[in-house]
Design a protein around this ligand. Structure first.
Ligand SMILES: *Cc1c(COP(=O)(O)O)cnc(C)c1O
Length: 459
């Protein structure tokens, strides 16, 4: 018998309750089929309340924009609208969905690279444009001539601090003055503020980017412009596990000799020339701290010996945040049925009616154990690998040996926990004629779950 390295996923009470309710899971699969993405809008509402609570406690004027790209679900988007959030959209299709979900145009901001047609729509509607480049500012200024002023944010990058990761997005700080001049000369542009979005949860990086962005705000004021917003983007973390220890133990085991733990030819990116690649705790699946901690630490961090929150208040700046994954943390799970079990390559394989790309982004790996719905009995001594349904060697749903709580067999349902952030949609394809799984919103009311089909699955 080999050593077991289970990686249990943290479960939100609503997800736990759903998975413990075999009748509810059965009803969902019966009505909507397998595989199935289940989203929990109530969890998104709870996440929004928690983040807003931190901002309120620090007395910072704020606004929260839900980064829609994290999940195509109409139900989660509508929940963000009901919760009073704004929407961050990155395409014309996302803009259409935000309007359909009930967001007024002035509650929407558009980020990312924009086409001329998208820019014209933004300008016509009065959506806030988070400008990625000087080219966009020029196009926005031209579009604005035809009608009302377009609210703009300058997305900044090229920060001097080595703590801030390099980015392909935004206007380089070296061009910030030219961008401010463009805005100053364009009667149709209304500079609301400056923005950045960092692909890291490191509070020090965010504080450095804030400090350098505040210098641009000051430069804008010197030119007679009146920006009042500083948008620090998203990047707040998800809490995947209760306890980081099993993940660290597992990472060490893989790093020192993956052997039986991974499918031949893979090391899950945890191993580089015999050493652990980066601190294991830095891997997203090892994280046990909630997004509210990241925000809390940012607001309490010091800029010139004063807390960020105090500096923002004093400068009368409104803080915007654009969380994606933090708002859908624990707001979804993915169900897939077991087709059959087999031995292959000297290993135990569980074949699922799911494709790898429908439960993880292409460049990532699901590193948590799924849950066997209705499972009972002793945990099996041996782990298993999970295979997908495509005729591709690469279609292994898990290249990591997973350790289930009980033995799966044909017809059983496996649940992948906490998949609403990027996992459902980012890389999902219809390869092999298998469309992305449908989505259903599950709402807990009076002790039981009700289901509503979600229109915008997987597109
Ligand atoms: C993707 C994205 C977000 C959301 O990022 P998370 O890490 O999911 O919070 C926010 N803002 C911009 C500009 C983005 O591109």
């Amino acid at each position: 018998m080999s050593v077991r390295y289970p990686l249990p996923a943290a479960r939100h009470p609503i997800a736990a309750r759903f998975l413990d309710d075999a009748a509810a899971v059965g009803e969902a699969i019966e009505r909507f089929g397998s595989p199935l993405h289940v989203v929990f809008p109530q969890v998104t509402a709870e996440n929004a309340t928690a983040l807003a609570g931190v901002l309120r406690r620090h007395g910072v004027p704020y606004d929260i924009f839900y980064a829609h790209k994290v999940n195509a679900s109409a139900a989660l988007l509508a929940e963000a609208s009901i919760a009073g959030l704004g929407a961050d959209v990155a395409s014309a299709a996302e803009l259409d969905r935000a309007l359909a979900a009930g967001f007024a145009a002035d509650r929407i901001e558009a980020t990312g690279p924009k086409s001329p047609a998208f820019i014209d729509r933004i300008a016509a509607l009065g959506v806030t444009a988070n400008a990625d480049d000087l080219w966009e500012l020029d196009r926005l200024a031209a579009a604005a001539l035809a009608g009302r002023a377009v609210p703009v944010l300058l997305r900044l990058s090229g920060f001097a601090s080595p703590a801030v990761p390099q980015s392909r997005f935004g206007i380089d700080l070296a061009d910030a003055d030219a961008a401010l001049e463009t805005v100053r000369r364009a009667p149709g542009l209304d500079l609301r503020g400056v923005a950045f979005h960092l692909d890291t949860a490191d509070p020090a990086a965010r504080v450095d980017a804030l400090t350098e962005s505040m210098a641009v705000v000051a430069a804008a004021h010197r030119k007679g412009l009146r920006p009042s917003v500083i948008d620090i983007g998203g990047g707040f973390r998800q809490r995947f596990v209760e306890d980081p220890e099993p993940f660290q133990r597992y990472s060490q085991a893989v790093a020192t000799g993956p052997g039986e733990l991974v499918w031949p030819g893979h090391d899950l990116g945890l191993r580089r020339a015999g050493a652990v690649a980066g601190a294991p705790a830095a891997h997203k699946y090892g994280n046990h701290r909630p997004a509210t901690d990241v925000l809390e630490r940012f607001l309490a961090a010091e800029v010139e010996r004063r807390p960020v929150a105090e500096v923002l208040r004093e400068c009368m700046l409104t803080l915007w945040i654009e969380p994606g994954k933090a708002l859908v943390d624990h707001a979804g799970i993915t169900l897939a049925s077991v087709l059959y079990r087999k031995r292959a390559a000297g290993r135990d394989l569980v074949v699922l009616d799911l494709s790898r790309n429908q439960v993880t982004p292409a460049d990532q790996e699901v590193l948590l154990d799924p849950v066997l719905v209705g499972g009972h009995g002793e945990p099996p001594a041996e782990g298993v690998f999970l295979a997908g349904r495509l005729c591709l060697e690469s279609d292994l749903v898990s290249r990591r040996k997973v350790f289930l709580d009980s033995e799966p067999s044909s017809g059983d349902v496996l649940a992948f926990i906490n998949t609403a952030a990027y996992q459902m949609d980012l890389s999902a394809s219809s390869a092999g004629g298998h469309p992305p799984p449908p989505k259903v919103a599950a709402v807990l009311e009076g002790g039981r779950f009700t289901f509503v089909a979600d229109d915008h699955h997987g597109s």
